[in-house]
Design a protein around this ligand. Structure first.
Ligand code: TNX
Length: 617
């Protein structure tokens, strides 16, 4: 009887431990894995843990070595990396391939940890790489260092195109910085780096046939500070820079080691003034031009009636396709003004000769011609959604940026689409009230919660149309981002929301859960010297039901942060722990001086609306 009693209590204890394990805050991974199951027990790393890789596949050695580098950084353990011809007992991490598995697909992986060993398996090396990234996040985020829980993860991406674009045309960024961004893309399982290499304000890629392009076209004498500002508001420091072909090869190789494809963008027919300033005879007016130091959509574009233009573009693309292994070249196609073409004899002549209806069809002619050339080189094109105007070249992919309409239209016409709507994925847009943000100037507003809310395949699509949506991409335009800190501030942490939109199935995504996991990134960013926004702690104020007769208004406060509360004052003083606690929308009689702040555990957290917000006097 007594022994039964003891057994009963032991059992009760075990159940308790089990429950405790279930409650531990362990799913901290971004993007959230599709299937994540916590088991009992922990794997404990020590100096004797070894990493073994399947030597039949060369790529796996590099992944095993990258894993050991990360473990060294995080845990301070220098683990031995070895081929799997050793006799394994326990205390090891193994990475290997398995034959085709529908469940895992091209990029999926399985990660299983027990108290004895950790195994990562996938159909392809890229999957093993993503499994490795998941493991690294588990190690990094776990509160008990050198220990990770027993788990079973089975994971694969929702979308094949998980991209980020960096505009180096407006501001030049070094290859060291590009590599740093590639590192972080890999952490979040992004796999397409779209390199916006040419624009009005700078030509950044060495073309051997035309050295003047970078000798002159990569430099400008000044830069505008803001947008919509007086054009006189100019920083008169010269700016510029470019990548040699050798440097570009180095970046491509580096990206390959992280399973990231580099897609070059060479803009035609618009956003080409840097090239035209070097070769003004390729414009409609003949110039002369300077590389502009101001932003916006410029009038001068490549002349579409001049054969020399096509010769030039083809020469440039010939070098580009040799340099970039990617099967796709981005040819821009956006924001091409038609005014010059309207009054250009050569362009009008082309319209007549080719039987085109108008300048929109002339743009389409331009795009199709460039596409045919690239097809002849074994490449396909992708372009901004304006390439839909005037008829779209048949096998072109569309990158939809002007909201979601372009992408929907393209899918309805049977084209493959990458969704990149400015309304959800433009990381140059602001994250909070102007007085809280660094003075980067973009006034359009894109808080991280909105990024996260994006569903690329919504009800607007039929099922076959939905299948044409290849994925999503965030764009980082740099007109107003003049140093690496400001670029980072815009990217981090919003890119984590982009990554989860791209990777995790819609039914598993919840803002509450994501906002909890996001805070694990902040210490990591500090450790990597990455500047990041803490806009998640902002409080947002909405005023509605304004009644001028009674001088009243309804105030709604919100914060996207997890497990926090909002306190506020109505006299303009800074909110304290003892100030009014917000629980639901409330009516005020103005004049008031509202001041709000976010609190956790009695402490004010992050930057908040330090400035009082006066609502009507
Ligand atoms: C529109 S997106 C542009 C860019 C600007 C961006 C600023 C696109 C294809 N064109 O040239 O930099 O807006 O947000």
């Amino acid at each position: 009887m007594k022994s039964k009693f003891i057994a009963f209590f032991i059992l009760l204890g075990l159940i308790q431990i089990g429950l405790y394990a279930q409650n531990k805050d362990l799913n901290t991974i971004i993007p959230r894995p599709q299937i994540f199951e916590l088991k009992r027990g922990d794997f404990v790393f020590n100096k004797n843990t070894i990493i073994v890789y399947d030597a039949n596949y060369k790529d796996l050695q590099s992944i095993a070595l990258q894993l050991s580098d990360e473990i060294k950084l995080i845990l301070g353990l220098d683990l031995k990396v070895t081929e799997n011809n050793v006799r394994l007992r326990d205390n090891y991490v193994s990475v290997g391939l398995i034959s085709n598995s529908d469940a895992l697909g091209e990029e999926g992986y399985k990660l299983v940890s027990t108290s004895k060993q950790i195994g990562i398996q996938a159909v392809k090396a890229s999957g093993v790489f993503y499994g490795m990234q998941t493991l690294v996040q588990l190690i990094r985020n776990n509160e008990v260092k050198r220990q990770i829980p027993a788990i079973e993860i089975s994971d694969k991406p929702r979308f094949a195109w998980r991209g980020m674009m960096l505009d180096v045309g407006r501001y030049f960024y070094s290859i060291e910085f590009i590599k740093k961004m590639l590192d972080e893309m890999a952490v979040y399982k992004l796999n397409k780096f779209h390199w916006h290499l040419t624009d009005d304000q700078g030509w950044r890629i060495e073309i051997k046939k035309y050295p003047e392009l970078t000798q002159k076209g990569a430099w400008r004498s000044e830069s505008q500070f803001g947008i919509g500002l007086d054009k006189n508001w100019i920083n008169t420091n010269p700016h510029g820079g470019y990548y040699t072909q050798e440097e570009i090869k180095e970046v491509i190789k580096y990206a390959q080691s992280k399973y990231i494809e580099v897609i070059p963008e060479i803009e035609v027919p618009g956003h080409s003034k840097a090239a035209l300033s070097v070769f003004p005879h390729l414009s409609c007016t003949g110039g002369p031009f300077e590389v502009p130091g101001y932003w916006g959509v410029v009038e001068d574009v490549y002349c579409a009636g001049n054969e020399d233009t096509f010769k030039f573009v083809e020469d440039v693309l010939t070098e580009v396709v040799e340099l970039f292994p990617s099967k796709i070249v981005h040819i821009g196609g956006d924001e091409c003004k038609k005014n010059r073409w309207k009054t250009c004899a050569k362009c009008q002549n082309r319209i007549k000769k080719e039987g085109l209806k108008d300048e929109y069809e002339l743009q389409s002619y331009f795009i199709k011609r460039v596409q045919n050339f690239l097809n002849s080189k074994g490449k396909s094109i992708i372009g901004w959604d304006e390439i839909l105007e005037g008829g779209l070249a048949p096998n072109a992919k569309v990158m939809s940026w002007r909201g979601t309409k372009g992408g929907i239209a393209a899918a309805k016409q049977g084209h493959e689409v990458v969704m990149s709507p400015n309304t959800f994925l433009y990381l140059d847009y602001a994250q909070g009230a102007a007085d809280l943000e660094p003075a980067y100037g973009r006034t359009r507003f894109l808080p991280i919660e909105k990024v996260y809310s994006y569903n690329p395949v919504s009800e607007e699509f039929t099922e076959p149309e939905g299948k044409l949506i290849k994925g999503v991409q965030a764009n980082v335009w740099t007109e107003l981002l003049h140093n690496r800190e400001s670029v980072e501030y815009m990217i981090f942490p919003r890119i984590t929301a982009v990554a989860e939109v791209a990777w995790t199935n819609q039914n598993l995504r919840q803002w509450d859960d994501f906002s909890r996991r996001i805070e694990y990134q902040f210490d990591y960013y500090k450790s990597k010297d990455i500047t990041f926004a803490e806009s998640i702690y902002y409080t947002y104020v909405k005023t509605s039901s304004i009644n001028k007769n009674s001088s009243t208004a309804l105030i709604t406060l919100s914060t996207p942060s997890y497990n926090t509360e909002i306190r506020y004052t109505l006299d303009g003083t800074a909110p304290k722990n003892s100030s009014l606690l917000y629980d639901k929308p409330f009516t005020v009689k103005y004049p008031i001086n509202l001041n709000t702040a976010t609190f956790r555990n009695g402490k004010r957290i992050g930057k908040t609306n330090n400035k009082s917000i006066a609502i009507f006097k």
